[in-house]
Design a protein around this ligand. Structure first.
Ligand code: PLP
Length: 350
């Protein structure tokens, strides 16, 4: 792919090979940028060519990790529209994340306007139906200069987009995961329930070790009680046994996923499955009928094999289980408008 020197835009989108998309960055036409000083109201920002930022070396985000992000997707649908999945949930979550990191939160209306603006301007980068999606990455950064440990004096709200394919090499091949007892992702009363950029820096080393040993990712334990599991690197965890679906309750160190919320809602309201949010033990995970993880990037992805330090558990003979398959298909169908959307989850843009 050709990168233009001045704008960094990927040159000709009709040369994009939609069949070979992976979960990686493809520069697009434009990004959205707004700035605000601490204590001032956010004003609408502008679309600018996708490209590098200029930042003070003393920016709060560079020195003290004052930054939060979001992740969502825009889809071409079979109704020939462009839709986003439940963006109001992302707006709300970014608001909460911002408050936890002492950043001026972006109002929901402004957030949604910004997402609309940047997706519309990059429409030609949205893959055709079923070929992938346009990943939308909102960022809120402490961009003003600060020396002592305190909130930055000014902030940048930015959204960039990139066409993407599946997050893992194969979308449907069940994952091979390791339950780690050497690292925690988040601590009680820490920032695990905020999409704070620093949470992800600390997950890179455990992820690297796991990948070196042949695993796809790690499952983290609860830092206060290591009998209980919390979530996968950047996806929420579910187990199905009998007719009960169970997932860890949102105890403060778990990220409240939009996909997690959607899966719970579908199971309770459409599939007649009992959902329990509570303590989920390692034993329950190892002995489940089905185990899967959820997230915007991974949708619903089956987990087929799980190792602990002491042994291995094979789930569903390493195949995708029926509920996992049903949930995955249902969410993809809603996103592509192949079925009704009685819950008003899709937000049409174009
Ligand atoms: C983003 C994220 C998820 C998934 O959230 P979705 O809203 O479903 O995309 C789960 N866990 C962590 C740690 C995350 O960062």
């Amino acid at each position: 792919m050709e990168i233009l020197e001045d704008t960094m835009e990927t040159e000709i989108t009709d040369k994009m090979n939609w069949d070979e998309l992976t979960f990686s960055i493809t520069p697009t036409r434009s990004m959205y940028v707004a700035t605000s000083n601490m204590g001032e109201e956010w004003q609408r920002g502008d679309l600018v060519p996708y490209g590098n930022l200029s930042l003070s070396p003393a920016a709060g985000v560079l020195n003290y990790g004052q930054g939060v992000f979001e992740g969502m997707k825009a889809f071409h649908t079979i109704k020939d529209r462009v839709v986003i999945f439940r963006p109001d949930m992302n707006a709300k979550r970014m608001y909460n994340s911002a408050e936890r990191l002492c950043m001026p939160a972006v109002p929901k209306e402004l957030f949604l306007h910004a997402v609309e603006d940047v997706v519309r301007d990059n429409e030609d980068y949205i893959p055709p139906v079923g070929k992938g999606s346009l990943y939308i990455r909102p960022l809120l950064l402490g961009s003003g200069a600060v020396l002592g440990v305190k909130p930055a004096p000014s902030y940048t709200f930015l959204i960039y987009v990139s066409p993407v394919g599946p997050y893992f090499k194969s979308d449907i091949k069940p994952l091979y995961l390791k339950i780690t007892k050497y690292f925690h992702r988040a601590a009680p009363k820490g920032t695990g329930n905020a999409k704070a950029i620093g949470n992800y820096a600390s997950s890179l080393y455990p992820q690297k070790l796991a990948k070196e040993r042949g695993y796809d990712e790690v499952i983290y334990l609860n830092a206060a009680n290591e009998n209980n599991v919390e979530e996968v690197g950047s996806a929420n965890l579910f187990v199905f046994k009998g007719n009960v679906l169970k997932t860890p309750r949102l105890c403060g160190s778990i990220l409240p996923g939009v996909t997690r919320n959607s899966v719970i809602y579908l199971c309770e309201n459409e599939f007649g499955i009992t959902v329990e949010e509570g303590d989920l033990t390692v034993n329950e995970v190892l002995n489940a009928d089905e185990v899967f993880c959820t997230g915007t990037a991974v949708v619903v992805t089956p987990i087929g094999k799980i190792d602990t330090d002491d042994g291995r558990s094979q789930i569903q003979d390493g195949e995708m289980g029926p509920l996992t398959k049903k949930l995955r298909s249902k969410i993809l169908a809603i996103q592509r408008e192949e079925c009704d959307d009685p819950y008003g989850w899709v937000y049409p843009l174009l």
